[in-house]
Design a binder for this molecule. Sequence first.
Ligand code: C2E
Ligand code: MG
Ligand code: MG
Length: 342
Amino acid sequence: HIQRPQDAGRVAEQMVQVLSHKFDLGDQHSFLGASVGIATFPEDGASAEELLKNADTAMYRAKSGGRSQAVYFEEGMNTEAVARLMLDRDLRLAIERGELVLHYQPQLDLRTGAIRSAEALLRWQHPGRGLIAPNRFIPLAEESGFIEQIGQWVICEACSQMKAWQTDGLPLGQVAVNVSPRQFRKSGLVGFIRDCVAQTGVSPTCLEIEITEGLLVDHATVVEGMLGELAAMGIGIALDDFGTGFSSMAYLKRFPVDTIKIDRTFIEGLGRSADSEVIVTAVIAMSHALGKIVIAEGVETGEQLALLRKLGCDEIQGYYLSPALPAAQFAAFVRSRELVAS
Ligand code: C2E
Ligand code: MG
Ligand code: MG
């Protein structure tokens, strides 16, 4: 019998703890986790229905707060839940209404001084809230699974844009798109990309997909096969935010990764912390030894650029060169750089 709200929390914590132990399933080590939401009578609801609904809301908070924990329901959570629900509903309409847009951030080849490639970055032109950054809605779409449809739209849009630029004679080698781990859960991803490339008529070598280290660590075997198929088609594979996850050199050897993108946090420290410089130097050396191209993300100053050049980095991307731009502005930017270079 639970008499006081504090007791509920204690029981929940014990449950979470008991469940968190490793257990063996055949010859596999397995882990279970639990996220617990707590609502108490009569403070959080007068009926069983209301109590369950509020406990559910608290449980979602426990999940999004990092899982394996117990969270008490609080009044403010409902308004937040409603806001999320509305955002989720709006997002489902966003594709139909044509509110999603891709902006393109140029990537500079330090050896030639030319813009070799671009990263496509998603934005949501919301009718009421203006331009919404991906970090505000992609986590939600990943949770709901809607990222699969959004991701498909992104791939198609980037391929047709690339084709249009090539038809216009824009000297651009490759466009990179970010692909969420969740998109790899569907075995149809490779086929979808293949169809998209075929339908738009863009060469597969003009497309690169950006994945994160977590994908390689968590679902290694399935992902290895899928990446292998994409690589066999000629599609480039880049490892995004490198250094923030838990992958190792072994992963870099095992998977067909062409490009390593050094995370912005390490670039930020260049010129300021000796550690950052050591890490960047090591990543560049290691990547080159494995035959991979290195891009530095989030380059904001000329000092960082000069240092990266000195360290032998292949490409840079960042506000110092340009933020992500709408397609037409991006093309104009590439053309203006060509004039300077020639
Ligand atoms: P990311 O793939 O690592 O993209 C780089 C982010 O850093 C972009 O933010 C870019 O605008 C920003 N950035 C570029 N240069 C600088 C700089 O010099 N300084 C600073 N402070 N920031 C810089 P953005 O566009 O807000 O995207 C954030 C994240 O959202 C991306 O990180 C990516 O993980 C995700 N994302 C964006 N578009 C898509 C998409 O189409 N699909 C999926 N699944 N994820 C996407
Ligand atoms: Mg990226
Ligand atoms: Mg990144």
